[in-house]
Each structure stands twice: as C-alpha cells, then as structure tokens.
Design a protein around this ligand. Structure first.
Ligand code: SF4
Ligand code: SF4
Length: 195
C-alpha cells in the first residue's frame, strides 16, 4: 500500500502500538516483537522521529488506510491491530486484500460487537481474515477465520460467533511459538518445540 492511500487527516495520536508490536531488523535498530522500543516517548511519539529506521518510516497498520473504520479502531483503543497479510493466503482469496486482526487486548477485544460485525462483514465480502496473537519475543500464530466462522455468521447467532472466536483465540494463544531473538545484531528465529 502506498502512503498516498493513507486516510486523509488521520494520525496515530497517542498510539504507539507498532513501536511495541513490530519486529525491526534494520541496520541501525533491531527490536524484538512485543518489546517497547527504547526510542518511544512517554505519551506517544519517537525520540528519533526524523532519523527513524526505514521499517518505521514505511510501516502503518491498516487502520491508517481504511476509511470505513472509525477512530475507535485506533489499535491502542480497540485492542486489535490490523495488519495486511501477504503470505499463507488460502486458494480462492488471493485477489483481495487479506487481513490479520492481531489481538492485543485479550478476550474483551474479541467479543467487541464492532469487531464481530466488521470481521463478519469482510468474511461475507470474501476477504481472507485471520486472527493472531503473539507473546513478547515470539512470532505470532495466525488462525484463518473464514472457514471457522462462516456457518456462525450465516446463522447470525452472536453467541455462536463469540464462542467460535474464543476457540480461535485459544488456538492462537496455546500454539507453541517460534522464539525471536537478537544475536550479533541480527534477528534470528528459534523454532518452537512441538508438543
Ligand atoms: S499501530 Fe497504527 S495507529 Fe498505532 S502507531 Fe502504529 S501505525 Fe499508528
Ligand atoms: S524508532 Fe521510533 S518509530 Fe521506530 S519503533 Fe522506535 S520509537 Fe517507534
């Protein structure tokens, strides 16, 4: 997505979610996922804004690009950061943007009715939707939601939708995760021990 497509007038404000959430592996800065960057300012902002690394310059969450999502979808407020997915998109979904709803706000976030309506709407329209969760210093686990949720969405049964989302979240949380570490100023992945 080019920065020309950012929603006009929308700013990050006090949100610093990506300064915690992102993995950065640039020559001048390596940062592990889920670990607050040493350059984050209290109350939002970046100590080295003008010279921040390329990853920080280039990366925006999808809320910055999606005019249909109101200000309540700012990631620090919603407890969900939406990321574009480029890999692992199931056959039949490649022609549309795929979205990962990474949960950072726990169960409260996944039972938010606005989240349920939004993800349900995208699934009905044929967009691939994933849920993910990652602990600090680990890779995230992504679960494909379309197949899991389609029957519940068709039934319009909110209880069933919430139960299905809870199950998906449990899988995201419980699945062993690859460890992300810094060695010799480079990010390395240590594969999770399979149970
Ligand atoms: S997560 Fe999105 S809204 Fe928050 S600081 Fe990053 S780009 Fe801005
Ligand atoms: S360098 Fe600045 S913009 Fe980049 S992660 Fe750190 S605080 Fe955020």
């Amino acid at each position: 997505m080019t920065n020309d497509l950012l929603v006009k007038g929308r700013e990050c404000g006090a949100c610093t979610v990506c300064c915690v959430n992102l993995t950065i592996n640039d020559p001048e800065l390596q940062k592990l996922p889920g670990v607050k960057c040493k350059n984050t300012l209290k109350g939002g902002g970046c100590k080295i804004y003008k010279s921040r690394p390329k990853t920080c310059r280039d990366w925006y969450c999808m809320w910055r690009f999606m005019p249909g999502l109101d200000d309540s979808w700012r990631p620090d407020l919603k407890g969900i950061v939406i990321k574009r997915v480029f890999e692992g998109i199931p056959a039949g979904y490649e022609n549309k943007v795929a979205l990962d709803f990474e949960i950072i706000g726990g169960k409260k976030a996944i039972h938010d009715i606005d989240f349920i309506n939004t993800v349900g709407g995208y699934i009905i329209q044929g967009f691939a939707c994933f849920m993910s969760y990652g602990k600090p210093r680990t890779a995230t686990t992504m679960v494909f939601l379309n197949d899991l949720l389609s029957a519940a969405i068709e039934s319009r049964n909110i209880t069933l939708i919430k139960e299905t989302l809870s199950k998906a979240y449990k899988v995201c949380v419980k699945t062993p995760k690859d460890i992300v570490a810094i060695k010799n100023d480079e990010i390395m992945i240590i594969p999770a021990k399979k149970k």
